[in-house]
Write a protein that binds this ligand. Structure first.
Ligand code: SAH
Length: 246
């Protein structure tokens, strides 16, 4: 008995679009998406493409028309319902180029719902490029199969972040000077994880965070992790212990 090949094939491209997705609602893909499908993936009319927009789940579409700078796609049926990811916000100090892309990409793959850049005294970098960061979020979401897009929040200084946060949401702050073992501390509820910059928290910052309502200092073991490693490790521990890895 020859097994019928899975459809759509594993190689089917998966693209984020802003437009509404639904049966019979034509979708126009332009710019980078059009270049990727037509030139990089060398797709033809009739080929399948998976589309998601962060709101309507994932849809299997067929390429209807290919023009110089745009393609017209026709969604057929929904292949994945719109998911919800655990309500976890990763608050992190913007770290230097190359490493911050790694941090954002891993946070998206691991299932973080929101990304909150927080400027701290020892931050090497004190601003983020929202368009570039959004592009990294989209690319990671396309690759890992998420239908919920991670939300990028505007950067805040630590003081403003502590003032504006919802005090009812636990603030798990990864403290290189020690804290509760991560796995046992995380609870399955809306949460925020805070990771410091390359230079770590200053004593003043550490005191301010520890004094915040709902703050829980978290240890990620006896070694000093780079900020991007700490973010990845803390989010992974949360997802394993209190998130959606089951
Ligand atoms: N500059 C400091 C460490 C900063 S590491 C030093 O070199 O000693 C960057 C961030 O990663 C820290 O602020 C903390 O949030 C997190 N981190 C690193 N290692 C950790 C650990 N073992 N436990 C908890 N958090 C850690």
């Amino acid at each position: 008995m020859v097994a019928t090949p899975a459809w759509p094939p594993k190689s089917t491209p998966r693209l984020f679009v802003e437009q509404a997705l639904g049966e019979g609602i034509g979708v126009t893909v332009e710019g980078n998406g059009a270049h990727y499908l037509a030139k990089v993936m060398r797709k033809s009319v009739g080929d399948p493409v998976l589309l998601f927009n962060g709101r309507d789940g994932e849809w299997l579409a067929t390429i209807g028309e290919i023009h110089k700078k745009r393609l017209l796609l026709a969604p057929g049926h929904q292949t994945r319902p719109q998911e919800t990811v655990p309500d976890l916000t990763l608050a992190f100090a913007p770290i230097k180029k190359g490493r911050i892309e790694f941090l954002v990409e891993k946070a998206v793959e691991l299932g973080v719902a929101k990304l909150q850049p927080v400027i701290m005294q020892r931050s090497v970098v004190d601003k983020v490029n929202p368009d570039k960061m959004h592009a990294h979020i989209v690319e990671a979401a396309e690759q890992c199969g998420r239908t919920a897009l991670a939300e990028l929040l505007p950067p805040l200084k630590l003081g403003a972040f502590l003032d504006r946060r919802d005090a009812g949401v636990p603030l798990y702050f990864c403290d290189e000077e020690g804290g509760a073992p991560a796995l046992s501390a995380f609870e399955p509820a809306p949460s925020t994880i805070l990771v410091g910059p390359e230079g770590g928290f200053t004593d003043e910052e550490r005191a301010a965070v520890r004094a915040a309502p709902g703050a829980v200092a978290i240890s990620l073991g006896p070694r000093i992790l780079r900020a991007e490693t700490a973010a990845l490790a803390a989010v992974a521990a949360f997802m394993a212990g209190a998130g959606d890895w089951k």
